[in-house]
Design a protein around this ligand. Structure first.
Ligand code: ADP
Ligand code: MG
Length: 247
């Protein structure tokens, strides 16, 4: 799966093509992204790294159709997100993309199980599609905590539930914005191992933001950003992956 030559032959899961993003607040303009080009292939596990404010979250929001770029194109599979209706975009977001954020954003009045089951219901695709909530709880090692509310779970456990919720409908792509940002090193490790397992055993396509090099090392590919731009050319990135596997 991590062979770079094989990966290049796969279909693209997300394409970011000549993307610029400008935020305007009053008279202030912020160039959050400047000509970003990225192709993440199906089954890839990529990490986006870079200092605070360099545009990582903006990039992830555009990839997930939560925002639209000022210029350029974002494609999910072969669908251009700009070329479809709001309703269709919402549908793609719901069916094809799972989000995980630094803050777990679980519903506090629902149990762990119900947080996951609700995501499944909202998707409305029926029981045969995706994971059974019980099954995914056990993948996360949390079947014994299924009746706990978020306040009765540790940060690491809450994040595992948030990941379970994000992938219960087997989305094509999992987008994670600093998923270990609020966790200690022990819990970060558990989350990373889970993401790696999802990647290796279920072929889950993952794009994860982090500013921790050790965390990024869990991914097969590192996309370095500075000041709204991607530093490395795609070819270099594949080269870097090849190097990594030789050592
Ligand atoms: N909604 C917004 N309105 C105005 N400026 C924003 C908004 N979101 C982000 N920015 C600005 O865009 C730049 C990139 O932000 P962001 O994508 O959040 O970076 P990162 O996730 O790498 O920290 C920053 O200068 C930030 O202040
Ligand atoms: Mg951010």
């Amino acid at each position: 799966m991590s062979n770079p030559v094989d990966i290049r032959k796969r279909d693209s899961a997300i394409t970011v093509d000549g993307v610029y993003m400008v935020y305007r607040v009053g008279h202030m303009e912020t160039q959050a992204l400047r000509d970003v080009n990225i192709c993440l292939r199906e089954g890839e596990f990529g990490a986006v790294m870079g200092p605070s404010g360099c545009g990582k979250s903006t990039l992830l929001h555009l990839m997930g159709g939560l925002q639209s770029p000022t210029r350029g194109r974002v494609m999910i599979g072969s669908t251009n997100l700009a070329g479809i209706s709001d309703a269709k975009r919402t549908e793609i977001r719901r069916d094809k993309i799972g989000f995980v954020f630094q803050r777990y954003n679980l519903l506090s009045t629902l149990t762990a199980y119900d947080n996951i089951a609700l995501a499944k219901e909202i998707c409305g695709k029926g029981d045969e599609h995706g994971f059974d909530p019980k099954e995914i709880l056990s993948v996360m090692g949390l079947e014994h905590k299924s009746h706990h509310k978020p306040s009765e779970l540790s940060g690491g456990e809450q994040q595992r539930i948030a990941i379970a919720r994000a992938i219960v409908n087997r989305p094509k792509i999992l987008l994670a914005d600093e998923p270990t940002g609020s966790l200690d090193s022990e819990n970060s490790k558990v989350i990373l191992e889970l993401l790696q397992e999802l990647h290796q055993h279920y072929g889950q396509t993952i794009l994860m933001i982090t500013h921790d090099p050790e965390v990024a090392g869990a991914a097969g590919r590192i996309i370095e950003m500075r000041d709204g731009r991607v530093l490395d050319k795609v070819e270099n990135l594949f080269y870097a992956v090849e190097q990594k596997h030789q050592h």
